[in-house]
Design a protein around this ligand. Structure first.
Ligand SMILES: C[S@@+](CC[C@H](N)C(=O)[O-])C[C@H]1O[C@@H](n2cnc3c(N)ncnc32)[C@H](O)[C@@H]1O
Length: 250
């Protein structure tokens, strides 16, 4: 069972490390795209609200959609703790059925990877339909082509979590027949008799070409792209991400 349906606190502890960089990027991107508090934003796959909560606090008119209850509940708890009123509902790319509602749809840190390749066409159509004419969507995914080209086997990493020290062993498997990347994280908790926690994520590997072709079929034209959270148009900083901004043609 995916960690999103199993343990949202564990998700935050294992995968929350890059949140500050993602948040800084998205703040910059909103300014760059001249999105202000009069625009309607949907954050698809908003998870535990790591980006949603600060952006609501900063006055953006942003609502979240998330498919898994533990993630939704943790986002609501975190918002309550931060005394921020968020609007988050259950849903997914596959169930999005709004029409011309949003100026911007964001999907930060990989929600698109969980869309099955056979559903991509339908999902792009839904995203396009949900955008106002001239609206944008931002897909932030891993650039698996670049990762594979420069692949280095990850060393085990040690970090403190839940009053213990955990060693994380990370393994990757690529299934080229199905365009899938499997990420296996095994955590060993030192102070808890090496108790083990395992998470396996199966992700669809999408390329820029695929997204441009399928997006183009639904009036979504490439406007900008970035390859890391530090990347800016005036100072290119390359990395292992594909952050693609599409604009819906009017
Ligand atoms: C790595 S997390 C990122 C969460 C959040 N966007 C952030 O940056 O903190 C990926 C999120 O995508 C969600 N997700 C999984 N399948 C999805 C789908 N089919 N449609 C939309 N979101 C999905 C997961 O539940 C999870 O919350």
């Amino acid at each position: 069972m995916t960690i999103y349906a199993r343990d949202a606190a564990m998700y935050d502890a294992i995968y929350g490390g890059d949140d500050a960089a993602a948040l800084e990027f998205i703040r910059w991107l909103l300014e760059f795209l001249e999105i202000n508090n009069e625009n309607d934003i949907l954050d698809m796959g908003s998870g535990t609200g790591t980006l949603l909560i600060p952006l609501v606090k900063e006055g953006y008119n942003i609502q979240g959609v998330e498919p898994f209850d533990p993630m939704l509940n943790r986002a609501r708890e975190k918002a309550e703790e931060a005394a921020v009123e968020i609007n988050i509902r259950k849903g997914s790319f596959e169930t999005l059925d709004d029409s011309e509602e949003y100026d911007l749809i964001t999907a930060i840190n990989g929600p698109l990877h969980y869309v099955e390749p056979e559903n991509l066409h339908d999902v792009m159509k839904r995203v396009s339909t949900a955008l106002k004419p001239g609206g944008r969507c931002v897909f932030d995914i891993i650039n698996f082509h670049s990762i594979i080209k420069n692949y280095e086997y990850p060393d085990p990493v040690e970090f403190d979590m839940f009053d213990s020290t955990a060693t994380a062993v990370i393994q990757h498997f690529v299934d080229l027949d199905r365009d899938k990347w499997l990420n296996r994280v095994i955590l060993f908790f030192k102070d808890k008799e090496y108790q083990k926690f395992e998470d396996i994520q199966e992700m669809s590997m999408y390329s820029m070409t695929t997204l441009r072709i399928v997006g183009g079929l639904h009036n979504l034209e490439l406007e900008h792209f970035f390859s890391s959270y530090e990347d800016r148009p005036e100072e290119r900083k390359y990395g292992g991400r594909l952050i693609i901004v599409f604009k819906k043609s009017t």
